[in-house]
Design a protein around this ligand. Structure first.
Ligand code: ATP
Ligand code: MG
Length: 464
């Protein structure tokens, strides 16, 4: 008999009667007359109550070896449970211990371990309720991303992870080399990367955007969804050295089309996760977070219209707020978290876009506005978190782009292929980037980015 997933039981997809389950012991209680085991199999946050008569031959033989974390196969009668707190129970008829889990050694004994402790046992933390929930949400959100773009006819493009183009300038890059670090080949005193594996300096990508533009100006609307790397020494709760990014890029889109898509996208993702992971979210919010209004704020973002504020206007609002910010407000500065939080949580009381930033604080590829001072950038800010998406309309005018590259003191010759896109059938186009883990922090309420990626990498740490 093939085994049933516990999630299907709780979703009423399984007829009552004889069933087989496989999973792990979460808790167990034994008395003289009956043994209760809570079995879980990772399919949902809920377990299944096993009811075992201790005289059952197949159980009695292994009873002393049943412990938290042990793996089992059980067969029995799935029936309505007379007990409170659960709808079903399994009255066990056949019992098989598959793998033991010595109680004195298994680290996940108690409930309620701290997230910090669980971070030290990355190989076991997915077995905890909290991380089971987080990673099921992560999986569902990945599907949501693909679903959203496929419904709209976007082409999924795999931009390279190893790159020899140092164009984006989004952050410090990791080097990829097979040179002998003890004695690298040298030429004129410098390391000779011509002799390296790729016959040049290779790095791990910090963004797929520029390559994404190649495809947008070829097949129309595209998106990337893959790993990106930043070799920044930023030990924060919002930064990882390896993270996943979603970067759509659309031909013939202006800034407003771009914002409309970003708004639909975020709403769709939140709604998808609310629809598909309700139990996991409820569990996370109840167990991990004191703030009981989290589900409400998510529902609000998934339905409320987004406000738009010009950067220049936002600065005026902040100046007039009467607040004393740690970073003083001045036209030309980048908005800090405290400013973003004021705008979302107190001023707009909801999600908003800030648009048309000063060109000095934005990337070279953003389209210059008629005022010559600002660029067609947009940041989406959401309550509780601040910036979640950054995007722009791209500069499609060849000569203006060359000027901007020079202004930013970047080597124009590196951008020959990027400039070619503006020489041959150039079109207005736009796109944005969403850091996948930042989104997951937002929907799960997890406060540390290291807790929403299975194997976090950050300065000083890359275990497994
Ligand atoms: P921040 O100011 O937070 O460092 P950034 O301006 O460097 O972000 P971008 O270069 O615009 O970010 O990258 C696009 C998106 O990728 C960001 O909006 C964010 O969601 C995410 N992101 C950027 N850096 C990291 C990182 N080190 N770890 C995880 N996500 C990141
Ligand atoms: Mg950064």
């Amino acid at each position: 008999m093939s085994a049933v997933r516990i999630s299907d039981v709780h979703a009423d997809k399984i007829p009552l009667g004889l069933c087989t389950f496989r999973g792990w012991v979460r808790t167990h209680r034994q008395s003289k007359t009956v043994t209760f085991i809570e079995l879980y199999d990772g399919s949902c946050v809920k377990g299944l109550q096993l009811v075992i008569d201790p005289t059952l031959e197949s159980y009695a033989a292994v009873a002393p070896r049943v412990a938290t974390g042990a793996s089992l196969m059980v067969q029995g009668e799935l029936a309505p449970s007379p007990a409170k707190g659960q709808r079903y129970e399994l009255r066990v008829q056949e019992f098989k211990l598959i793998g033991e889990s010595p109680a004195e050694e298994y680290p996940l004994q108690k409930k309620g371990h701290t997230l910090e402790f669980l971070r030290e046992i990355l190989h076991l933390r997915p077995r905890s309720n909290t991380f089971g929930a987080v990673f099921r949400v992560r999986s569902a959100a990945s599907m949501a991303i693909h679903t959203f773009f496929h419904q709209r006819g976007f082409v999924y493009v795999h931009t390279p992870i190893i790159t020899t183009s140092d164009c984006e300038g989004a952050g410090a890059m990791f080097r990829v080399t097979t040179l002998d670090m003890e004695k690298p080949p040298r030429i004129d005193g410098k390391i000779d990367y011509k002799q390296d594996f790729f016959a040049g300096e290779a790095k791990l990508t910090v963004s797929g955007q520029l390559e994404g533009e190649i495809f947008a100006t070829a097949v129309g609307n595209i998106y990337t969804f893959g790993p990106t790397f930043r070799a920044e020494n930023s030990n924060t709760t919002r930064h990882l050295s390896e993270f996943w990014m979603i970067e759509p890029e659309m031909a013939f889109y202006d800034l407003h089309d771009n914002m409309a898509l970003a708004e639909d996208f975020i709403k769709f993702l939140i709604q998808y996760v609310l629809d598909h992971c309700a139990d996991d979210l409820e569990f996370l919010f109840a167990r991990e977070w004191a703030d009981k209004s989290m589900l409400e704020t998510l529902r609000q973002v998934s339905t409320a219209p987004f406000a738009t504020l010009d950067y220049t206007e936002a600065i005026k609002v902040l100046e007039k707020s009467g607040k004393s910010f740690e970073f003083p407000v001045k036209w030309g500065m980048d908005l800090q978290s405290e400013h973003e939080r004021f705008l979302t949580d107190e001023y707009v009381k909801g999600p908003l876009f800030v648009v048309n930033y000063p060109k000095e604080i934005k990337a070279f590829y953003m389209r210059v506005n008629e005022d010559g001072k600002t660029v067609r950038a947009m940041d989406m800010l959401v309550p509780r978190l601040g910036e979640i998406i950054g995007g722009s309309q791209r500069e499609e005018r060849h000569d203006v782009l060359v000027e901007r590259i020079k202004e930013c003191k970047l080597p124009v010759e590196h951008y020959w292929w990027y400039l070619d896109l503006r020489r041959f059938g150039s079109v207005p186009h736009a796109g944005f980037g969403l850091g996948f883990e930042r989104f997951l922090m937002y929907v799960t309420g997890m406060q540390n980015i290291r807790d929403v990626i299975p194997f976090p990498r950050y300065p000083g740490y890359a275990a497994f």
